[in-house]
Ligand binder design. Structure first.
Ligand code: K1U
Ligand code: ZN
Length: 172
């Protein structure tokens, strides 16, 4: 396993619609690296475009209780097939937009279909933080960031902050 570099906004790869994975067995190493990178960050989710790979693959583990066993999930070609009318607001963060948090409203429950690393078709309903996280990650696969839900002025301010952060990191 290896840690991968996480892209920071703005980056054209974070605005690109990712391509479907045709052979799940080809992304096993990428999925392992993404899980290691997510746990190391730390984060509760990570999408392949965030590590510069424009493929429809995401990992997540939303278990936050201290001492609880990890529950890593790998979703290949995920699709939202149903969303609840009921909404939920969560203060979201993003590993590609460090130290910025904002309330975002999304469907409270979603049903997702995806392919597993073994190539099996899967389906499940997600609620709570899992629902928020899987929608945030699928947005990444569609080139969408949580700041795209914000007012243009706030988005511009965050983008300027990130440009500055990237400049400082490049100099260090
Ligand atoms: O996709 C990403 O950038 C990862 C992001 C996922 C996410 C967070 C919150 C709501 C929706 C989706 C993160 O993991 S940011 C870090 C974070 O939320 C966290 C980090 C450590 C412990 C608990 C949460
Ligand atoms: Zn994100």
């Amino acid at each position: 396993m290896a840690l991968r570099d996480i892209l920071i906004h703005p980056d054209p790869r974070l605005k690109t619609v990712a391509d479907p994975v045709s052979d799940p067995s080809e992304v096993k190493k990428l999925a392992e690296d993404m899980l290691e990178t997510m746990y190391h960050a730390p984060g509760i989710g990570l999408a392949a475009p965030q590590v510069g790979v424009l493929k429809r693959l995401l990992v997540m583990d939303c278990i936050k209780e201290e001492g609880a066993p990890p529950q890593p999930m790998v979703l290949i070609n995920p699709e939202i097939v149903w969303s609840s009318e009921e909404k939920n607001v969560y203060e979201e963060g993003c590993l590609s937009i460090p130290e910025i948090y904002n309330d975002i409203e999304r469907p409270a429950e979603v049903e997702i279909t995806w392919t597993s690393l073994e190539g099996a078709e899967q389906s499940a309903k997600f609620g709570g933080l899992w629902a928020t996280c899987v929608q945030h990650e699928i947005d990444h696969l569609d080139g969408k960031l949580f700041i795209d839900y914000l007012k243009p002025l706030r988005r511009q301010m965050i983008t300027r902050k990130m440009v500055k952060l990237k400049r400082e990191r490049a100099r260090a």
